[in-house]
Design a protein around this ligand. Sequence first.
Ligand code: MN
Length: 216
Amino acid sequence: MAHEVPPLPYDYAALEPTIDKQTMTLHHDMHHGAYVKNLNAALEKHPELFKKTPEELLRDLNSIPEDIRGAVRNNGGGHVNHTMFWRIMKPKGGGDPTGPIAQVINKTFGNFKDFQAKFNDAGAKQFGSGWVWLAGKPGGGDVQVISTPNQDSPISQGLFPIFGNDVWEHAYYLKYNNRRPEYLAAWWNVVNWEEINHRYEAFKSGKTVLEPAMAR
Ligand code: MN
């Protein structure tokens, strides 16, 4: 079965003023759309791989035939990363974290403000395109802030991506121009803590990834 772009769970303009409608439209339809199209085109060369979930493809990139390994890494990563990204944002989101994710943030980083500073700093310092993440070893409980280049997924490092922010210029340039730190600071206004808690519970229970069937 060919992979598909999941519909946005809200309107393109729903995250304004933090993220503008045009950015959301281009980002979801064109950028995410291209990752899925290119992933499917690569897998056509080895159709048996359509049986695997995108997460399974990323978990063991060395098992992917060499002629499509780079395409799967980039476009499979792009597909999985953005599928998470749309869901961990929502209109009228933000505020202080609640529930278990609030507890682990306070325990690991001291308080929410210090965590935000560390996360935003890692996002600002990621050279070129990439992502900043809160991630951890499945079932381990310990979490850390990391950044990855391009569309590399924490899944390929054996880590569970609890949540992440997209620091590619396509995520912010129309509204924030070159001011990435301003985008990183504003982004917390649209964070969906309920969905992040859902992902954190999956992480803590030892799941290696949140399989698509579990996505709500
Ligand atoms: Mn993106």
